[in-house]
Design a protein around this ligand. Structure first.
Ligand code: SF4
Ligand code: SF4
Ligand code: SF4
Ligand code: FES
Length: 1011
């Protein structure tokens, strides 16, 4: 093997040049004033968020920002770029493509391939354009004969150790090496192919989604840099030197056994077929692509669905995605196969009783049956005896229609959403203190934070793409404070360490936030000027007097929280000063929080406590600061915005407000009820009381996801008509009388709103499997109920939302298509949307401090139940698992386990993989144990992704005082070794088998009747 090739792995070179395909001439990219990137050229910077939403140009190196511009000449053309820009990028901006292999604009330049060499007048040699910064007056030549010859030589060396199987290679037509061979005019390889080579190196096919074929590797290091800079996992290295250089995962392990989290960043970065999606190997290259939005978590990554006809062949992160900037995680990137899984429900079905087999019927019959049942129930039990549940997985337009159907066609306000069980306290707490029920920042804002406080969230598992961004900021030097009962990944990894981990006992959040506030007040760390100008000073004075009480001192709360006072004091100081305790100016401190804050009896109190902290320290209203809820599901923000709560019309306007009601009454031609309707838990209670008999549940699995499963299933069993609209026979559908097949995010148009308030387009890439998208089904159900709804396209629904909702007045599909996405409020005052909220004034006027007295959870440990169970999620699975369980993601996590500290395990004679019974006052279930020091003694943890685990059999009906959000995070339990499944699990197994049989009988009927 040649020295030249060997040197590629070793580092920067001067070398041979090459040029970029002519067809790829770059478009001009508006890199405007609103660019979110940092002014300094930081390492590990991803492509700038402000690029045009349709610009796919690879500029070779990342955008730089500088106060000074530099003008130079490239191939006779003058170009002006910010100082610090590479010659390569300047050339692309001038319309000149320089050949490259190791450079790409999402990664810092590395300078190893030596293909991008240029000549610079007055400079000796041939510098690499990717690593050479521009200088004023430079005269650069990119296309001389000498450069062409050098570049050809480099390519010759690469190709001499590369399989010549282009025609059968899965990357054929999408391979930068192939492109470069063409661009450099390579016609022969003088070295032959007989020397030492890597052509027989074995493939690693361990990962279910991508393969590693080292015979095709050119050791350009892009994968290693992507894993470090983009993902922040550091799973890859180049092992060996010179000719022996090879990419290896962790300790030279198969990818599946390494630290790799299967985000796919390395695959996206690889310029050859070395790292390649298996779906491309199976299905071939795509014919066209459609930009859409991930349907999993609240990060809302923009993805490009690469298609062959109606078949997805690959889902790639959109380089221009404003929430993700070209990154994704194992769920959005790879776990889309569920959409065409054989378990999909494709036809409407009805049955009289849940012990009857399903009967497939026409849409007309199913909808007429549902409508007549709802009307029959209302006639018998009253107008308020039915209700609906909207889904945080469906689009804004779909949730809007469901709440409209309930209010206008059912004639009541019995509508609620799954946000009830996750972020309803966020809505209440932020509305009360700041005036708007939403987070305050963009994700990009974290790039400017000096201190990041993560409370009750596990971003590497729950919000992976944001976690990558957060970790990058910590690697750049930001201080990290983690408040969590578990030692989650970001507390201590090889490249990210929290400055403080306040490992509190579950249920003591409010005591901690009060202790932090106490330190800030007692040690004079308040931002008095901000408070005086921006906040309600009377409420502030009351709050100050409250938090100053001795009972809130960290020394007093230590016994409650289990967190030593000195740690609380230190964390409070760095949060309040932004990590600059001795400086004259404060740094910027941001809070990110998750369900570990909201899913408590004092969830709303804690959200207000967080807002108090931010206001008290002036950490609100600019970049790098703020109060940021990390939303669990893709459209939790949107479903709340769309009026899914029983007391609020779209835009969080109270149903009792006559003016708002009149607006909707006028538009919908109905009279609306002024009283709030039933929340989900109230619906269950009313069902058991006999006054609530019918439910329309769209895209939500209340049986698996809501607490106290016994209670939920008893309530559903007592109803007379349950209409479930879902893509699978989920746990709730097993109690249903009408099953309306749902459509996946790939089968419909619409919008999702992520945790940044960012509204992004969901675009249909294939026809709906059942024939109709969910919004069309709701519309048809409304008509069957005698209420006319007429929309030809979801854009018309959005137009109605915009007309009726002040924060959405400026939103339209045309604007979304033009801008890529919009963060609400978007209206006359903010026609381009609002990246940062509460800039000059709070939405409510003056920020309102609220007294947050700690009240211990009623859920207390006792001799009978001496441990606290807390629940959460894991990277590879999503929520109730209905989607991810039907993908290869289950290879990482195929059952829920109980994490337990070694001390508690030893006491009970429990070892990893033992079956253990977990019993609470609500019920009992059995899981496999995992003994781990991530847990603190006295606390156990499980996920809730598998229905047979029955995690919610043991959670109780205890809930947030303001919103009824369940207290999932605190359940007193006992854990004991057991030999067999719990009674509930045995009953569930029987019920599940019966229900699947009833579904199968429907299929047999079809087969027999030849349908
Ligand atoms: S898939 Fe992601 S985590 Fe795994 S090696 Fe590639 S970049 Fe790293
Ligand atoms: S695997 Fe791909 S990206 Fe990584 S070094 Fe090899 S060719 Fe480059
Ligand atoms: S699950 Fe979340 S982080 Fe992962 S790709 Fe989807 S939106 Fe992005
Ligand atoms: S050395 Fe510049 S692109 Fe590889």
């Amino acid at each position: 093997m040649s020295d030249a090739h060997n040197s590629n792995a070793a580092g920067c070179g001067s070398g041979a040049p090459k040029e970029v395909p002519l067809g790829d001439a770059p478009k001009e990219v508006p890199l405007g004033d609103n660019c979110a990137c940092k002014p300094q050229a930081q390492q590990a910077r991803q492509a700038c968020a402000a690029r045009s939403p349709f610009d796919d140009t690879d500029y070779g190196t990342p955008l730089r920002h500088a106060d000074v511009d530099v003008t130079l000449e490239i191939d006779g053309q003058s170009v002006t770029v910010p100082a610090g820009t590479s010659v390569m990028r300047a050339a692309v901006e001038a319309g000149v493509n320089v050949p490259k292999l190791c450079a790409t604009d999402s990664l810092e330049p590395f300078g190893s391939c030596r293909l991008c060499l240029v000549e610079i007048e007055g400079t000796r040699g041939y510098p690499a354009s990717c690593t050479t910064p521009v200088e004023a007056g430079m005269k650069v030549h990119t296309q001389t004969d000498r450069l062409q010859s050098l570049r050809r030589n480099v390519m010759e060396l690469y190709i001499s150790d590369h399989p010549l199987d282009c025609l059968t290679c899965p990357a054929n037509g999408d391979c930068e090496l192939q492109d470069m061979a063409g661009v450099t005019g390579l016609r022969e390889v003088r070295y032959g192919f007989d020397g030492a080579n890597h052509l027989k190196d074995p493939k690693d096919e361990s990962n279910p989604y991508f393969a590693y074929d080292p015979s095709k590797c050119i050791v350009c290091n892009r994968c290693v840099r992507a894993c470090e800079e983009t993902q922040g996992t550091f799973a890859l290295t180049i092992a060996g030197r010179g000719f022996e250089s090879r990419v290896v995962a962790s300790e030279n392990q198969p990818f599946m056994e390494s630290e790799c989290v299967s985000c796919g960043a390395c695959v996206a970065a690889c310029p050859t077929a070395t790292l390649q999606e298996k779906s491309i190997v199976m299905l071939g290259q795509a014919e066209h692509s459609v930009v859409t939005t991930c349907a999993y978590c609240g990060v809302g990554c923009s993805l490009k669905a690469e298609m062959k006809g109606n078949q997805v062949v690959r889902m790639v992160p959109d380089r221009n995605g404003q929430a993700n900037e070209g990154h994704a995680c194992v769920k959005g990137r790879f776990a889309w196969g569920y959409a065409t899984h054989k378990d999909r429900i494709a036809r409407p079905m009805i049955r009289a009783k849940i012990t009857d087999p399903w009967r497939e019927v026409s849409w007309e019959e199913a909808l007429n049956h549902a409508a007549s049942e709802f009307r029959r129930i209302q006639a018998k039990y009253g107008r308020d005896s039915i209700g609906g549940i909207t889904s945080s997985r469906c689009t804004n337009e779909e949730t809007y229609l469901v709440q409209k159907l309930v209010r206008a066609a059912f004639g009541n306000n019995n509508v609620d959403t799954c946000a009830r069980v996750c972020h309803s306290p966020t809505g209440y707490g932020l509305k009360t203190t700041l005036g708007e029920s939403a987070g305050t920042q963009t994700f990009a804002s974290v790039d400017k934070a000096d201190v990041i406080m993560v409370i009750g969230a596990n971003p590497t598992d729950g919000h992976p793409v944001f976690a990558s961004r957060l970790k990058r900021r910590v690697r750049e030097g930001a201080k990290l404070i983690v408040i969590d009962p578990r030692r989650i990944d970001i507390v201590d990894t090889p490249h990210v360490k929290a400055s403080y981990h306040l490992q509190l006992r579950p249920g003591t959040n409010v005591a901690i936030v009060n202790a932090l506030a106490h330190v800030i007040v007692a040690e004079g760390l308040l931002d008095e000027a901000f408070i005086a100008e921006r906040c309600d000073t009377r409420a502030f004075e009351q709050w100050r007097a409250f938090v100053a009480l001795p009972e809130n001192a960290p020394e007093a709360t230590a016994d409650i929280t289990g967190v030593p006072a000195n740690q609380v004091r230190a964390a409070a100081r760095i949060y309040a000063t932004g990590g600059n305790p001795t400086g004259t100016s404060r740094g910027r401190a941001a809070i990110y929080y998750g369900l570990g804050v909201t899913e408590h009896a004092q969830g709303s109190t804690m959200v207000m406590g967080i807002a108090n902290l931010a206001m008290a320290t002036g950490n609100i209203g600019r970049e790098g600061v703020g109060v940021n809820p990390l939303r669990g599901q893709n459209n939790v923000q949107g479903s709340c915005d769309m009026g899914s709560f029983p007391h609020e019309l779209p835009g969080y306007r109270h149903i009792s407000d006559a003016t708002t009601r009149a607006l909707f009454e006028d538009a919908w031609h109905v009279t609306l009820q002024p009283e709030p309707g039933l929340r989900i838990p109230n619906m269950f209670d009313a069902a058991l009381d006999g006054s609530f008999k019918g439910l329309y549940c769209q895209g939500e699995d209340i049986v698996q996801s809501d607490p106290n499963t016994h209670h939920v299933s008893a309530a559903l069993s007592s109803m007379e008509c349950i209409v479930v609209q879902d893509i699978f026979l989920n746990e709730t559908a097993k109690y249903a009388h009408v099953l309306l097949p749902g459509s996946s995010f790939l089968e419909k148009d619409g919008t999702f709103t992520n945790a940044e308030r960012r509204i992004s387009r969901v675009r249909k890439v294939m026809p709906p499997i059942p024939g109709y998208a969910d919004w069309e089904v709701t519309m048809m159900l409304a008509r069957a109920l005698g209420y006319e709804m007429n929309y030809a396209h979801p854009s018309e629904i959005m137009d109605e939302i915009a007309r009726l909702t002040p924060t959405f007045h400026g939103v339209s599909y045309a604007k979304l298509d033009q801008r890529g996405s919009i963060q609400w409020p978007c209206n006359e005052n903010a026609p381009d949307g609002t990246p940062t909220m509460h800039v000059d004034t709070f939405v409510r006027g003056k920020g309102k401090f609220v007294i947050t007295k700690f009240v211990a959870s009623a859920e207390k440990v006792t001799r009978k139940f001496p441990l606290i169970l807390t629940t959460g999620r894991i990277l590879s699975q999503y929520n109730v698992g209905a989607q991810t369980r039907r993908t290869e993601n289950s290879r990482w996590h195929d059952e829920d386990q109980l994490e337990i500290h070694p001390h508690d395990a030893d006491e009970r004679g429990i070892r990893t993989d033992d079956w253990v019974g977990i019993e609470s006052r609500a019920g009992q279930t059995v899981l496999r144990a995992k003994v781990t020091e991530r847990m603190q003694p006295g606390v156990v943890y499980t996920t809730f992704h598998f229905p047979e685990s029955g995690a919610n059999v043991i959670t109780t009906e205890s809930s947030d005082w303001a919103t009824n959000c369940p207290e999932y995070k605190v359940t007193a339990v006992q854990v004991t070794p057991v030999e067999q499944p719990s009674q509930w699990q045995q009953d569930y197994s029987r019920f599940n088998t019966e229900q699947l049989d009833l579904l199968r009988q429907r299929e047999l009927t079809n087969a027999t009747s030849g349908k």
